[in-house]
Ligand binder design. Sequence first.
Ligand code: ZN
Length: 455
Amino acid sequence: MSSQIYITNAFVVNEGQIFKADVTVKDGLINEILPHTPGSDNTKKNFFITFSQVINAEGLYLLPGVIDCHVHFREPGLTHKADIFSESKAAVAGGVTSYMDMPNTFPQATTLEILENKFHIASQKSLANYSFFLGATNDNIDAIARTDPHLVCGVKVFMGSSTGHMLVDNTHTLNKIFELNHILVAAHCEDEGIIRSNIEKYKRTVGEDLPVEYHPLIRNKEACYASSKLAVALAKKYNTRLHILHVSTRDELRLFQNDIPLIQKRITSEACVHHLIFNKSDYKRSGRLIKVNPAIKNKTDQNALIRALKTGLIDIVSTDHAPHTYEEKQQPYFKSASGAPMIQHSLQAMIGLYHRRLISLPDIVNKMCHAPADCFRIEKRGYIRKGYHADLVLVDINAPVKVNYDNILYKCGWSPLVGEVLPAKITHTFVNGHMVYENGVFYNTPKGQRLLFDK
Ligand SMILES: [Zn+2]
C-alpha cells in the first residue's frame, strides 16, 4: 500500500544548509523537498493527493535519521544486558534510524553463518535499519575473504583486547587481513602489551582494587597511539580501507588527514559521544559507569576531539553503545565491565554541544548522518534527497529533557546521563517512510531493513 506523508514547515538541516521546507514521502522514499517561502502554499501543489499523515513541523528541525556505526546490542547470547528490540527502540527514540552492530556477541560473529543469523534476528525484531560486522580472529581469514562487501558493513578487528576476547595479535594474520583489501576494516586500537605492563605496575604500586581514575593511566594514550599508528601503517602498506574506531586522544589525530574529501579517504576516523562530552574529571561523579575502552581521558583530549570534528580530522560521530547490567558495572575495578549505553541520547547530547557553541547543526548532521553514509558507502541513506529512503527525524532543539530512570529505554535500565538535562527533544522518527516514534509513543512493528553498500 502506498503511504504518503507530508511534513510541512520544518527547518530542514541538510548538506550544510538550514532552510524552511515541506518534505513529502511516498512508498518509503523521500519524494519532494519543496522550499517553504513566506506566502508560498505547497499544499496547493499537492491538492489532489490524499496524505495518510500530515505533520505540521512548525518550529521543529528535520534531519536525516542518525546512522550509528558502532553499537553493541548484545544479541544473541548476552540478552540479559540488551537485545535488538530493546536497543533499537531506544535508538529510534533518540533519532537513530540505522546502526551497525559489533561481533562480540555469543557466539561471536566470526563465521558467515553466525553473522547471517544476526541479520535474520534483526529482520524480525529491529525498529531501525541494521548491519553487522564480521569479527576477525587469528584464524578466520577464509570467512573474511568470503564476506560480501555489498551486504556487510565491514570486518571488526580488535587490535588490543576488549570485551569478548577477539584479540588479533598474530602479526602474520594482521597483515593478511589488511592485505585482503576487499572490505572495510574497522579497528579497535589499544596496544595490549602497554596495557598489560600498566596493569602490573599499578597492581604492584596501588593494589588490586584501583579507583576508576586509574583507567586512563592503564589504558593510556601511549597504548592508543601505538596501536592506531600500527593500523594506519598497515593500511598504507596495503591501501586497505581502514576505519579507526573511538579515537580518544589528541595525539592520534596526527595520524589522520583532512586535506582530501571524505569520499576519497582510505583511512577514516570516529569519535564517540562519551569522549566528546566527558573527561577525566567526570570519574568523580559517574565512577565506573563511565569506565569505557578506550578510556575517557583529559580535557585536552576532549577539546582536541571536538575541534577535530570541525577541521575534519575526525570523520564521524557514533556511540559505541555498550550496555551492561548495573551490577556488572559496579564490580571492583578489574572486574567492572567496560562500556556504557548512549544511543538514546547521542543526538540530544550533540545538540548540547551546539548550545554551548562548540559545533553547528549542519556539522552535527554531517558527522552523524551524511559522513557515516559516505564512509561506509551506504546506499541511499544519510541525506534528505529525492529517491532516498525516508529515514527522518524531527527535533525540537529548544525543549529541555531530563534523563531519569523512568524515561530510559535500555534493557539495562541505566545511563551515565541520569540526572542530566539535555536541551533538545526528539519528537518524531521515521524509518523507511514509517513513523516509528512520536512523542513518547512507539509504533512497534519492526520496520528496519538491511543496509546495503555501494562497494
Ligand atoms: Zn565497541
